[in-house]
Design a protein around this ligand. Structure first.
Ligand SMILES: Nc1nc2c(ncn2[C@@H]2O[C@H](COP(=O)(O)OP(=O)(O)OP(=O)(O)O)[C@@H](O)[C@H]2O)c(=O)[nH]1
Ligand SMILES: [Mg+2]
Length: 339
C-alpha cells in the first residue's frame, strides 16, 4: 500500500489516490504551448527565377489564408534582390502559429557567382548568434526564436540534375539548416521526366555527400498507415512543385493554378504536383521534428563551436598576459639597475 504523507494533496476520498498525476503532463505542456503559440521559420533558396517567391505565396496564402485577397496577375512578384522576412500569424481551431518566411535573392544573378550564397549562410549564422546571446542573457524566458528551421532548396527543371552551384550552395548550408530539395516548375515536365529527374537528383545528392533533411525512422509501434505515408514522403524527394499567384476559375470551382493553351494546371492537385505533400509535411506532420533537429543538431554544433572559440581565446589571453608579466618584470629590473 502507498503511504500518504500528512499534508499531501491526496485525500482518502480522492478516487485515484495512488496516482501522482503526471499523466496529464503532455496535456499541460500542450496547453502552455498552445497559449504561447507555435513558431516556425522557413527559408527558400536556389537559382534565380525558379519560382521561390511565387511558391511561398502559394504555400501559405491558400488554405491557411482563405479570406485574404489573392494577388492578381498585375501585382505579381518582382525579382527578389534582398533577403526579405515575412511574418504571418495564422490561427486554426484556436491554435496559433507565427510563421516566418525568409525569401532570398536567386543565386547566379550576382556578378560574382562564387559566394552568392554567402549572405544566406550569414543570415542563418546571425540567427544562431542572436539566440546564443539571448540564451546567455538575463531575459532567457522570453527569447524570440528566429533560427531557420528549414530551407527549401529549388532545383531547375531545365538542367540535367544538379548544377555545380547547387552542390556548392547546399554543401555550404547543410550543416546549418534542414535542407529539403524541391524540383521547381514541375508543370514544365512530363510525369516520366519528373520521375527521371528526381532519381538523378537523388543520386547526385548522395554522390556529392549532401546531407539533406532525413525523415525520422518509423518506430515498431507505428501503424501501417503512418509507415506508408512516411514512405511516400521519402520517395517523393525532391518534391516536384508548382507555384502560382493567380486564381483560376474553371468548371465552376476556383483554385490556384496556371493557364496554358492546352489546359490548366492546378497547384494543389496531387496528380499535377507534390505541393500538398510538401505543405502537409511542413505544417501538419514534420514541423516539430524540423524544429527538434535544428535545436539538437544544427544549433548545438554552432554553440559547441562558439564555446570552443571562446575557450581558445581565453587560453591565448592567459598565455599572453603571462608573457607580458615576464616582460614587465624584466623592465622593472632594468630600471632598478639604472637607478
Ligand atoms: N511555369 C511555371 N512558372 C512559374 C512557376 N512558379 C513561378 N513561375 C514564374 O516564374 C517567374 C519567376 O518567379 P519568381 O517567384 O519571381 O522566382 P524567384 O525564384 O523568386 O526569382 P528570384 O527572386 O529572381 O530568385 C515568374 O514569372 C513566375 O510567374 C511554376 O511553378 N511554373
Ligand atoms: Mg524571388
Amino acid at each position: 500500500h502507498v503511504h500518504v504523507v500528512p499534508g499531501d494533496v491526496l485525500t482518502p476520498t480522492t478516487p485515484q489516490r495512488y496516482y501522482v498525476g503526471f499523466a496529464t503532463l503532455p496535456n499541460q505542456v500542450h496547453r502552455k504551448t498552445v497559449k504561447k503559440g507555435f513558431t516556425f521559420t522557413l527559408m527558400v533558396a536556389g537559382e534565380s527565377g525558379l519560382g521561390k517567391s511565387t511558391l511561398i505565396n502559394s504555400l501559405f496564402l491558400t488554405d491557411l489564408y482563405k479570406d485574404r485577397k489573392v494577388l492578381n496577375a498585375e501585382e505579381r512578384i518582382c525579382q527578389t534582390v534582398d533577403i526579405v522576412k515575412h511574418t504571418i500569424g495564422i490561427e486554426e481551431k484556436g491554435v496559433k502559429l507565427r510563421l516566418t518566411i525568409i525569401d532570398t535573392p536567386g543565386l547566379g544573378d550576382a556578378v560574382n557567382n562564387t559566394d552568392s550564397w554567402f549572405h544566406i549562410e550569414q543570415y542563418i549564422d546571425q540567427q544562431f548568434e542572436q539566440y546564443f546571446r539571448d540564451e546567455s542573457g538575463l531575459n532567457r524566458r522570453n527569447i524570440q526564436d528566429n533560427r531557420v528551421h528549414c530551407c527549401l532548396y529549388f532545383i531547375s527543371p531545365f538542367g540535367h540534375g544538379l548544377r555545380p552551384l547547387d552542390v556548392e550552395c547546399m554543401r555550404a548550408l547543410h550543416e546549418k539548416v534542414n535542407i529539403i530539395p524541391v524540383l521547381a516548375k514541375a508543370d514544365s515536365l512530363t510525369r516520366a521526366e519528373i520521375f527521371k529527374k528526381k532519381r538523378k537528383i537523388k543520386e547526385e545528392i548522395k554522390q556529392f555527400g549532401i546531407n539533406i533533411y532525413e525523415f525520422p525512422e518509423c518506430d515498431s509501434d507505428d501503424d501501417d498507415e503512418f509507415r506508408m505515408q512516411e514512405q511516400i514522403l521519402k520517395d517523393s524527394i525532391p518534391f516536384a512543385v508548382i507555384g502560382s499567384n493567380i486564381q483560376v476559375e474553371s468548371k465552376g470551382h476556383k483554385f490556384r493554378g496556371r493557364i496554358y493553351p492546352w489546359g490548366v494546371v492546378e497547384v494543389e492537385n496531387p496528380a499535377h504536383s507534390d505541393f500538398l505533400l510538401l505543405r502537409n509535411m511542413l505544417v501538419r506532420t514534420h514541423m516539430q521534428d524540423l524544429k527538434d533537429i535544428t535545436r539538437e543538431t544544427h544549433y548545438e554544433n554552432y554553440r559547441a563551436q562558439c564555446i570552443q572559440n571562446m575557450t581558445r581565446m581565453v587560453v591565448q589571453e592567459r598565455k599572453r598576459s603571462r608573457k607580458d608579466e615576464i616582460k614587465f618584470e624584466k623592465m622593472r629590473l632594468k630600471l632598478k639597475f639604472k637607478k
